[in-house]
Design a protein around this ligand. Structure first.
Ligand SMILES: Nc1ncnc2c1ncn2[C@@H]1O[C@H](COP(=O)(O)OP(=O)(O)OP(=O)(O)O)[C@@H](O)[C@H]1O
Ligand code: SF4
Ligand SMILES: [Mg+2]
Length: 333
């Protein structure tokens, strides 16, 4: 993919905590998103997914900062330029979060919450009110006229998430950052929200970065997927190919632990052990303590993320050997 066809480019992002940035939490993450594309970001808890996403909007917690790397966004002419935090919110990029209640101001009515983005975008009070009504309709909120006057606490979790999406759309974004937007919802509502996001992508040509720890959700929504482990990306590729033929042992373990309708044995593999705590990453490959294929060399230097097939990258020292071995070994355990 050439950079002139990109909407977002993250290059060598490092994020750290501590007064002098002594604890690295995100360690050299690079990723890109084309207009209209959906990139999935998947990995276990603590791998750095949220901090990566928040960095794009300069929404890091107070004790955490970006210590290296560049984040570029395409301007109206499609030219990538270093993003300026002040220009971001309300200008091409929106974000929705896992728990909408903590992001919805409880003292504002739904109509005012959704209208605020449109107001910030230069609409008059009356126009913003009409925009809010139209957006509540667009995201499938029943009785939108009535809901304009409702308070956030009067809505169910699913409706609150729809309001969050309406708020995100009110600034006419080209890129929507979604941080586990369906994780707190039950399966039926989760399915409805994913269907809504799919429709919005289609109708509005929205690009999306979708964070989840659930590869099943990612497989449904993302065109391409990046797998994160201990602050780094360990594999990236087209989602269908990555799931049907994972290259990195960590991706392979994630896929094997994924419930699947056609998995005959009914027994799911679990990944032994747990991810290392940030700041206590082992030297060499960070997955080595949990990897069934680790050898001594794996513990010496951290493997680089390198091309392993067309449109595929992986960060495993033993990629070639394992590739041959897996040809004869089925994925389901
Ligand atoms: N405010 C903070 N102060 C210190 N460390 C933090 C803070 N927020 C996150 N971290 C640490 O940064 C690392 C990455 O966190 P992040 O929230 O990005 O993970 P994640 O992949 O989104 O996990 P989850 O799936 O649980 O949401 C973790 O080790 C986490 O403990
Ligand atoms: S580099 Fe070694 S330890 Fe790391 S994933 Fe590959 S085989 Fe496993
Ligand atoms: Mg998170």
């Amino acid at each position: 993919m050439t950079t002139d066809s990109l909407l977002l480019q993250v290059d060598g992002l490092r994020v750290a905590a501590g007064r002098d940035g002594e604890t690295t939490l995100v360690d050299g993450v690079s990723l890109s998103v084309a207009p209209g594309e959906c990139l999935g970001l998947v990995g276990e808890s603590g791998s750095g997914k949220s901090l990566t996403l928040r960095s794009v909007l300069s929404l890091l917690p107070p004790s955490i900062r970006q210590t290296a790397g560049a984040i570029r966004l395409a301007d109206d002419a499609g030219v990538l330029a270093e993003r300026h935090p002040k220009d971001l919110r309300g200008n091409g990029v929106s974000m929705i979060f896992q728990e909408p209640m903590s992001s919805l101001n409880p003292t504002m009515r739904i109509g005012d919450l959704v209208a605020a983005g449109a107001r910030a975008h230069g609409q008059s009070r009356a126009e913003a009110r009409r925009t809010a009504l139209r957006l509540l309709e667009e995201v499938g909120i029943p009785d939108p006229q009535q809901r304009l006057r409702a308070w956030p606490h009067e809505l169910s979790g699913g409706l609150r998430q729809r309001v969050m999406i309406a708020m995100a759309l009110s600034v006419e974004p080209r890129l929507l950052l979604c941080d586990e937007p369906t994780t707190a919802l039950d399966a039926t509502i989760q399915d409805q929200i994913l269907t809504l996001l799919e429709r919005l992508r289609r109708e509005r040509g929205l690009a999306v970065v979708f964070v989840s720890h659930d590869l099943g959700v990612i497989s449904r929504i993302a065109d391409r997927t990046a797998v994160m482990y201990a602050g780094t990306i360990v594999e990236e590729g087209p989602t269908a190919a990555l799931i049907s033929a994972p290259r990195h042992p960590y991706t392979r373990a994630l896929v094997a632990s994924m419930p699947s309708a056609d998995r005959k044995s009914g027994r799911l593999a679990t990944i032994p052990g747990s991810p290392p705590t940030a700041g206590q990453w082992p030297s060499g490959c960070r997955f080595a303590p949990r990897c069934a294929y680790a050898i001594d060399e794996c513990r010496i230097a951290q493997p680089a993320l390198v091309p392993v097939a067309p449109e595929r990258t992986s960060a495993c020292l033993r990629d070639h050997e394992l590739q041959e071995m897996h040809m004869t070994e089925p994925l389901a355990s």
